[in-house]
Design a binder for this molecule. Structure first.
Ligand SMILES: *[C@@H]1O[C@H](CO)[C@@H](O)[C@H](O)[C@H]1NC(C)=O
Ligand SMILES: *[C@@H]1O[C@H](CO)[C@@H](O)[C@H](O)[C@H]1NC(C)=O
Ligand SMILES: *[C@@H]1O[C@H](CO)[C@@H](O)[C@H](O)[C@H]1NC(C)=O
Ligand SMILES: *[C@@H]1O[C@H](CO)[C@@H](O)[C@H](O)[C@H]1NC(C)=O
Length: 760
């Protein structure tokens, strides 16, 4: 069924979006673009087309094409539901018509200069079709004559993990290719080469969960091109009892044609190896991160040696954590060139195969090297049966692939959420290159992290630069795409797709030191503001020190603290609780509180105890004493740089003072209420009474109003209208409301607390 108000189009004429969507699409903030609403979009796939400047989004029964130039909003959609008979059958086979029996578009790849290949689950009847997108994405229609079965190209299930990539007009896909999800394989289809798949054999693939597929060429000889698959699978090797699942990298030759008599229409060059990502644990037993969550290839210019960033999590119930390991192609190739894993019989241990390996060595692609005058192996169909038999019996390499420096780049065990997605941006900063990691959680947020190498290679320091709450609801982030060109990150979840800027330098504050302490490699102080660092920039006052963040050194001639801290005034009732707010701009900073009490000018450090608590967000007085009155300074310390972040004058209203006021009759002229101390009066904002309002939460609004007016020396009549007082009654915060405007601003500047995107 088509949702009400939705413009349906099958082939010609793609109407503009429903107005409701348009509002959500552009949102009110340019920094966050929101697309989709709860349960409707059914987001499953994303293809960022930098050339056409479009984002193609695969949803539930719909494929969207979105122009990324925000100024001229343009979105098209292609409605592509399953055939009615298929929906019916899906329903009858016991699948949920609401969630399963639709066409979830999961495969979305550029195919050639004019077409995309799109495949959907088709209500458990996978379908594929070519979608015309023109040279500039101008039209966008699905070629009805190209619709064909998507079996072996797209999973049946709307949410099961799979991976695919297009190489030379062929789709390479790792997935389970049947209704029940029992037939896993790596498949090649679509183009002119022969269709191939892996044999159904647990030694090859044992309940795999595919994560990524990529073409990584070996050298300039295209005949050596290989497709790599990253996945987890169950272990069959007998002697690795402690690992029920492991992560793998597997590869096949792009020019594999299968065997002639053995392995007909099956891969003859398939090999796999284990990816290890572990940290030393107690008692010499390593803690392994075995569950592969995501893989990101940081491509190099030649394309042959990308750095492989892999995100893992533990499967242990005892220890929860995530880790990022980085693998080098040289190490992966070395393992594939090393010994094969071998087992004499099911009773023997696995070992390295040490006898003669037949020629051409299994896993080697037919190329100039194998096609010599005396040994003509122009295609895998020419390979001797002996080679194919050996390949079939030895899919696994004996050695394992270790990450760079043999340890994770990043380990996170203290996070409340699991990390699910990873993209990496290599950023040019003044002190060299830095890799910034964007990590999507299962709770709708994205962490932006930079990992800094310390002087010794074995030491790293990670800095969480930002935590962006992209979706209000705690949904898992399912896909992220980075546009270096647009300096934007596109984040997908079941609720939709959001757009987030890679950097928001201006949020780091208005002082050189703050910009420096942020240690964001994207940002630098240009003499007047914290702005995007341009490596080639000619601007002079560049101050940036990502590695050490020493503001004293970097900002010597600059104003260290930026705007001077304004004094806030806070009134607290004696014996009541009160709260002095102070959140450091940087989570790495340590906070110290000082107090200056009126008679002596000396500043003392605030002594905390069970009555006065120092919390993450400020200083909490559980029970205010008269002698607590004074000026409080919140100072942060980071890398030897101290900064006063907040200055609050705390005024304590004695309990008899309050009691006295309420005992007074209305209209009594003989008031003898003390004035606030003179040193407070000039700054005292006129709305301070709201503080008292919520503190005493009196039922008698008029009395409070009166009390406030009296306490506010120099004013005998209430300043504020009833409505305001009524509002004040609902004021919640125990913090200084008087300078609300400024407090709020400070909040939005901080940005270390989750940034809120448009609600879902
Ligand atoms: C959204 O836009 C408004 C108005 O331009 C701005 O005040 C607010 O800070 C923005 N919010 C975010 C999260 O960027
Ligand atoms: C792209 O592929 C489609 C589907 O095979 C085909 O119809 C179209 O002509 C191709 N376009 C180009 C420019 O090769
Ligand atoms: C430092 O601050 C003062 C006053 O706030 C201002 O006049 C001056 O221009 C600032 N200097 C720099 C280098 O920003
Ligand atoms: C706060 O002050 C009000 C009014 O003086 C009083 O009734 C209330 O008990 C106090 N609350 C605490 C927690 O001391």
């Amino acid at each position: 069924a088509v949702p009400a108000g939705w413009a349906v189009s099958w082939h010609p004429g793609y109407p503009s979006m429903h107005s409701k969507w348009r509002d959500m699409l552009l949102g009110t903030n340019r920094s966050v673009l929101f697309f989709g609403n709860r349960g409707f979009l059914g987001f499953r796939s994303l293809y960022l087309d930098e050339y056409r400047d479009r984002l193609f989004i695969g949803g539930k029964d719909v494929l969207y094409s979105l122009l990324l130039d925000g100024a001229s909003m343009d979105a098209k959609e292609i409605y592509w539901p399953p055939l009615p008979g298929q929906t019916e059958e899906c329903f009858q086979k016991g699948k949920d018509p609401g969630t399963d029996c639709a066409n979830y578009i999961r495969v979305l790849h550029p195919y050639n200069r004019t077409h995309l290949l799109a495949c959907g689950t088709g209500a458990f009847h996978p379908v594929c079709a070519f979608v015309y997108v023109g040279h500039r994405g101008e039209v966008g229609h699905l070629d009805p004559t190209s619709v064909e079965t998507g079996r072996g190209r797209c999973p049946h299930e709307p949410s099961r993990a799979f991976a695919s990539t297009i190489i030379g007009g062929e789709l390479y896909a790792g997935l389970t290719a049947d209704f029940l999800g029992h037939d896993p394989g790596i498949f090649r289809s679509t183009g002119t080469r022969s269709a191939l798949r892996t044999e159904v054999d647990q030694r090859l693939l044992n309940d795999p969960k595919f994560v990524a597929a990529h073409l990584i060429p070996d050298n300039n000889d295209r005949d050596n091109d290989k497709a790599y698959f990253f996945f987890t699978e169950k272990v069959v090797e007998a002697d690795s009892k402690e690992h029920t699942i492991v992560s793998r990298v597997a590869r096949v030759c792009v020019n594999d044609a299968g065997g002639q008599r053995v392995l007909v229409n099956k891969w003859s060059t398939f090999n796999k190896a284990r990816l290890v990502c572990s940290i030393p644990g107690p008692g010499g037993i390593d803690t392994h991160f075995d569950e592969l969550e995501d893989v990101f290839l940081l491509r190099t210019k030649d394309g042959k040696s990308p750095e492989i960033y892999a995100l893992f999590s533990t499967i242990s119930h005892v220890f929860q954590g995530s880790a990022v390991c980085v693998y080098r192609m040289a190490d992966i190739r070395e393992v594939f060139n090393g010994p094969f894993a071998h087992q004499e019989s099911p009773h023997h241990r696995w070992g390295a195969y040490e006898s003669r390996v037949p020629y051409p060595r299994p896993g080697v692609c037919p190329s100039k090297t194998t096609n010599q005058p005396r040994r003509q192996y122009g295609t895998t169909k020419d390979f001797p049966d002996e080679v194919l038999h050996f390949a079939r019996a030895h899919p696994l390499m004996y050695k394992v692939v270790y990450p760079r420096h043999r340890r994770p780049l990043l380990v996170k065990t203290d996070l409340p959420h699991r990390l699910r997605q990873l993209v990496v941006d290599r950023v040019e900063a003044e002190d060299g290159q830095h890799d910034v990691l964007f990590l999507g959680t299962d709770a709708g947020s994205v962490l932006k992290v930079v990992v800094l190498q310390k002087t010794s290679l074995a030491m790293t320091e990670e800095v969480i630069l930002e935590e962006l709450q992209v979706f209000k609801a705690p949904v898992p982030i399912t896909q992220m795409e980075i546009s270096v060109k647009r300096q934007t990150l596109y984040v997908g979840s079941s609720l939709g797709v959001a757009q987030v800027r890679l950097h928001q330098c201006e949020t780091y504050g208005t002082a050189c030191a703050e910009c420096c302490l942020a240690r964001d490699p994207y940002c630098a102080w240009d003499g007047t503001a914290c702005t995007r660092y341009q490596p080639s920039g000619k601007r002079r006052y560049r101050r940036q020190d990502v590695r050490h963040s020493n503001p004293v050194h970097q900002c010597l001639d600059q104003n260290l603290t930026g705007e001077s801290v304004e004094e806030k005034v806070l009134y607290g009732a004696e014996d009541n609780s009160t709260f002095l707010e102070c959140v450091p701009r940087s989570p790495q900073a340590s906070v110290q509180w000082f107090v200056q009490r009126p008679p002596d000018e000396q500043r003392d450090e605030v002594k905390t105890d069970e009555r006065i608590l120092q919390t993450e967000h400020g200083l909490l007085f559980r029970k205010l004493h008269r002698h607590d009155a004074g000026v409080y300074y919140c100072k942060t310390l980071e890398h030897g740089f101290t900064q006063t972040v907040a200055k609050t004058a705390l005024e304590v209203i004695a309990s008899e003072q309050l009691a006295h006021t309420f005992s007074q009759e209305r209209g009594d002229e003989a008031l003898r209420l003390p004035c606030p101390r003179p040193w407070l009066a000039p700054q005292a904002p006129k709305t301070w009474f709201k503080d008292i309002m919520h503190l005493i939460s009196s039922q008698n609004v008029r009395r409070v109003e009166e009390y406030c007016a009296r306490l506010w020396c120099g004013s005998s009549r209430p300043h504020h209208h009833k409505s305001k007082l009524a509002q004040a009654k609902h004021a919640l915060a125990g913090v200084d409301v008087g300078k609300k405007g400024r407090t709020t601003k400070a909040h939005s500047e901080k940005n270390r607390v989750p940034r809120q995107a448009v609600a879902t």
